[in-house]
Design a protein around this ligand. Structure first.
Ligand code: AKB
Length: 332
């Protein structure tokens, strides 16, 4: 069937790569409730997957850099839809650029190739605000603009967007993706990103009442609360393909704030909260990224609209982590 005729996918077998990561660990349960637990295969290369994720449905250790393993897994489990969430993020990517290229580029290529060969229904490959660079307009960064990132992670995200769009145009594969901003969540800590401070600050506020931030106080970055990230992912994957003019590179906005604005918001709930600033190499990465995002294409083509802002996200994060801390289960 041509992708122009497809609307919602009602059922199918789903594979998630990077299922143990920050977004994968929240996305997988959502997909399991949507498609049935037995129909969603969680995969990751790491061994420290939470028992909840392993036990709630099928789980497999999978290395996305192995084309053979990917092909065999898709075939064996009769997969129709893939959410390709595994990636090396920006800060880790600067410490290990060759690894970032291998995992991010070869992983995406392997998934797309196997999907093409097997005629999969739909693929989700996320991009990031890291696709932008210092020459990009930093306020209300447009959908179509300069893409000259200075990190290896960003390079792989731009190349990944182009590769995904190539598979859409050349082979009619239904590939979709959006440029995630920094994602804030309370289930799995992120690892190796530049926006990670905006998650760690909550754990530190609840547990210690103070935090040392690796970015300067006035570093404004686009961010999004996990419920909005999941909503964007689900709505884009369920959007009517006839309305989509873009495919793999949608800007999506949630909120934008600086560390000092976030600290002030946390202080409304934790009055004695203290923050100090010790910027490191991640400052340079943050300074090359947008301060805010123009997401009008996503709003027009699939009705994107976030639910959370700085105040409502902060209140919810502190409530959830506070309750967990009181149960002695914060794990930070
Ligand atoms: C990172 O900081 O590297 C990621 C991202 C913005 O893609 N969170």
């Amino acid at each position: 069937m041509s992708i122009m005729n497809r609307k919602h996918i009602e059922k199918g077998n789903v594979l998630v790569t990077g299922a143990g990561g920050q977004i994968g660990s929240a996305l997988t349960p959502l997909l399991r409730s949507r498609f049935g637990a037995a129909n969603v295969l969680a995969t990751d290369i790491r061994d420290d997957i939470s028992p909840a994720l392993r036990e709630a449905g099928p789980y497999l250790k999978l290395d996305v850099t192995s084309q053979e393993d990917i092909r065999r897994t898709l075939e064996k489990h009769d997969i129709d839809i893939v959410y390709h969430m595994s990636a090396i993020l920006s800060a880790k990517g600067e410490n290990h650029p060759q690894l970032a290229w291998t995992v991010n580029m070869n992983g995406t290529f392997n998934i797309l190739e196997a999907a093409r060969e097997m005629g999969l229904e739909r693929i989700f490959v996320p991009s990031s605000i890291a696709a932008f660079g210092p020459e990009t307009p930093r306020d209300r960064t447009p959908q179509e603009t300069v893409l000259r990132p200075k990190t290896m992670y960003g390079v792989t995200k731009v190349a990944g967007e182009l590769l995904c769009d190539y598979y859409v145009l050349r082979y009619g594969l239904d590939v979709r993706g959006c440029r995630y901003p920094g994602i804030i969540s309370h289930e799995t800590l992120p690892g190796g990103g530049t926006t990670d401070y905006a998650v760690e600050i909550f754990y530190a506020a609840v547990k210690y009442g103070n935090f040392t931030c690796f970015l300067k106080p006035d570093t404004r970055l686009p961010m999004m609360y996990m419920p909005d990230c999941l909503k964007a992912t689900r709505e884009l994957m369920e959007a009517d393909s006839g309305r989509l003019e873009h495919h793999s590179d949608f800007n999506i906005g949630g909120m934008s704030f600086t560390p000092e604005e976030l600290a002030a918001e946390i202080r409304r709930h934790v009055p004695d909260f203290q923050i100090e600033y010790k910027p490191d190499f991640r400052q340079q990465i943050a300074d090359s990224w947008p301060r805010s995002i123009d997401d009008s294409a996503a709003r027009e083509e699939w009705d994107w609209k976030p639910d959370f802002n700085l105040a409502t996200m902060t209140e919810d994060m502190l409530r959830v982590l506070g309750e967990r801390h009181d149960r002695g289960a914060l794990g930070y």
